[in-house]
Design a protein around this ligand. Structure first.
Ligand code: ABT
Ligand code: MG
Length: 148
C-alpha cells in the first residue's frame, strides 16, 4: 500500500486548520496510519529540507518550520502521493486552484500551510525521518475493504 508523509506546517497549526486538513484526506478515502503534534529541531529541519540547502530561501525555511508546532502524519491509499499533492495545490498559494488546501487557505509561498512528499523515494525518506516503525498502525483488510 502506497504511503506518504504529510505535515501541517506551523502556520496551519496556529490558524486551527489541523481538523479541516485531516478531514479532507479522510473524506477522500485515505487512511491515517500515524500522526503526532511535535516541534521540529533545527537539525531535523535541515535534514528534511536537505534538497534546498543551496537555495537562497533555505535559512528562512528552516526558521519558519521550527517556529512552532507542526502536525506530522502518514497516510496510505491508492496513489496517495500524487493525489495528496493535487489536494494540496501548487507550492505558491497565489497560483493554487480554489478547492485545494493552499488555494483555499494560503497567501504566500514561504508559508504554504502543508507539506507533502513529492515522490515514492521522498515519502520513504521522510516517513523514516519523522516516525518510528512502531508509531504506525496497520488496518485489517477484512473490515476495511471498502476504503483504500
Ligand atoms: P514543501 O511541501 O514544503 O516541500 O513544498 P513543495 O514541495 O510544494 O515546494 P518546494 B519547492 O519543495 O518548496 C519547499 C519550501 O520552500 C518554500 N519556497 C520555495 C520558498 O520560500 N521560495 C521559493 O521560491 C520556493 C521555490 C516553499 C516551501 N515551504 N514552505 N513553507
Ligand atoms: Mg517539497
Amino acid at each position: 500500500m502506497e504511503k506518504t508523509f504529510l505535515m501541517v506546517k506551523p502556520d496551519g497549526v496556529q490558524r486551527g486548520l489541523i481538523g479541516d486538513i485531516v478531514s479532507r484526506f479522510e473524506s477522500k478515502g485515505f487512511q491515517l496510519v500515524g500522526a503526532k503534534l511535535m516541534s521540529i529541531s533545527e537539525e531535523l529541519a535541515e535534514k528534511h529540507y536537505e534538497e534546498h540547502k543551496e537555495r537562497p530561501f533555505f535559512s528562512d525555511l528552516v526558521q519558519f518550520i521550527t517556529s512552532g508546532p507542526v502536525f506530522a502524519m502518514v497516510w496510505q491509499g491508492e496513489h496517495v502521493i500524487a493525489t495528496a499533492r493535487q489536494m494540496m495545490g501548487t507550492t505558491n498559494p497565489q497560483e493554487a486552484a480554489p478547492g485545494t488546501i493552499r488555494g483555499d487557505y494560503g497567501l504566500i509561498v514561504g508559508k504554504n500551510i502543508i507539506h507533502g512528499s513529492d515522490s515514492v523515494q521522498s515519502a520513504e525518506r521522510e516517513i523514516k525521518l519523522f516516525f518510528q516503525e512502531e508509531e504506525l498502525v496497520e488496518y485489517s483488510k477484512l473490515i476495511n475493504n471498502w476504503i483504500y
